[in-house]
Design a binder for this molecule. Structure first.
Ligand SMILES: [Zn+2]
Length: 51
């Protein structure tokens, strides 16, 4: 099953590769678009949905 994450800014990512891939991409996204925002791994996990 694919995993999906939605950022509050409207950015959405769907990955068939699982949580590790999602976490990698949300970190890149946060760094590029929300510098100063820090999300813990726990918070990121809560944002991940299975689709
Ligand atoms: Zn965002």
């Amino acid at each position: 099953m694919a995993k999906m994450i939605s950022c509050p800014c409207g950015w959405t990512l769907i990955s068939p590769q699982g949580n590790d891939d999602i976490k990698k991409h949300i970190q890149i996204h946060a760094k590029d678009h929300h510098p100063g925002l820090t999300e813990t791994e726990d918070e990121v996990e809560k944002m991940i949905k299975t689709v």
